[in-house]
Design a protein around this ligand. Structure first.
Ligand SMILES: [Zn+2]
Length: 106
């Protein structure tokens, strides 16, 4: 009797296989470098403020942000610094509005 072709098991099909190492990783299939989905400032805009979790091999995961690889503590400090900076940036708008009302430029 000739061997019959074996029915294809579900795992043999080309279905995406989620990452088995990190729950936050969005890369599917076999891979060594892991990445989360990026967080972006503003809908559909990518760029300078994009942030995502990254890990390579057995290295501890970091967050890629502002062209830096940051630990959780470093990321929190970076966020504190940016919040303080954004207050100063927004104050420029207030200064400009005030100058427009008074006829002066900051
Ligand atoms: Zn992964």
């Amino acid at each position: 009797m000739m061997a019959q072709p074996r029915p294809e098991a579900p795992a043999d099909r080309c279905e995406p296989v989620p990452c088995s190492t990190h729950a936050w990783c969005v890369i599917q299939g076999r891979h060594e470098d892991h990445a989360s989905a990026p967080t972006r400032a503003g809908a559909g805009r990518g760029g300078l403020l994009d942030a995502l979790v990254l890990a390579s091999g057995a290295d501890a995961p970091t967050v890629g942000f502002l062209d830096l690889d940051l630990s959780p503590a470093e990321l929190r400090q970076q966020c504190r610094d940016l919040r303080a900076h954004l207050d100063k940036v927004e104050a420029l708008a207030d200064a400009l509005d005030a100058a427009d009302r008074g006829g002066e430029r900051p």
